[in-house]
Design a binder for this molecule. Sequence first.
Ligand SMILES: [Ca+2]
Ligand SMILES: [Ca+2]
Ligand SMILES: [Ca+2]
Ligand SMILES: [Ca+2]
Length: 265
Amino acid sequence: MATERAALALAVWAALAASGCRTPETGILIEVGAPPLKPDRLDFTIGARASGDRFVRDADSSVEIPVANRDLTSDPFRLLIHQGETAGETVSGAVVAFSGTQQVGFASIPDTTFVAEKVLVYRVTLIDDPSVKLTTTGCVTWTVDGVAHTISAPGDADCDGHLSLAAGGDDCNDSDPTISPGTPEICDGKDNDCNGLCDDGGFDPDGDGITTCGTMASAPAPPNGICSQPTALAEPVTGQIVQPATPGLDVTCPAPENCERMRSQ
Ligand SMILES: [Ca+2]
Ligand SMILES: [Ca+2]
Ligand SMILES: [Ca+2]
Ligand SMILES: [Ca+2]
């Protein structure tokens, strides 16, 4: 797919060059036109490849462009990113169109590597895509053909909308999107809401300190929000044979809480 798009882009550039354009620079040109609804601004998020397949928002090339008085159908907006302006050699791009606070269009370009002395042209059309999510921290996530794409933000690596503690935020674990202030507590061995307590969501109905997921209820959570989960205290699932109540006789627990009492007797 990337090769086909690059070939298409080069063909487009060849057409531009034939029409009298000067010798190209090295860059990537994103041309945005034909929105379904008239936006008043375009939010370009350009991600530079970091480690592995991870892309991180590049502050220098990610821009917000006012287009309230522009007819993008007849006058497309073009953003040219030069090599060297981003932190990496391979970039990914997302364009979110806004009308006020409402998202009215989206487009993306695939992972693209600069080609020396070429300008790769991507003509994109804004479409309505409900899969797109843009956080206040600058992360963009979207899905194409069932494949999730993410451009994370410096300071918000897990894109949960909360900056890490190191970045001055309140996310006590910036590599886990199921952990951040305001996230509902679930029985998973994590301090989901970053309040410093493990699985403090009513998962210990008999108050013996052992939750139904096998953690210590309301125990102090480590700084990363990952709570200890001692296997010796793990709560059995309903119907599991735990231990004989009478030597030689197996007992099947009717419910986890009953199993718990049985084991402590
Ligand atoms: Ca985060
Ligand atoms: Ca988090
Ligand atoms: Ca908690
Ligand atoms: Ca939890």
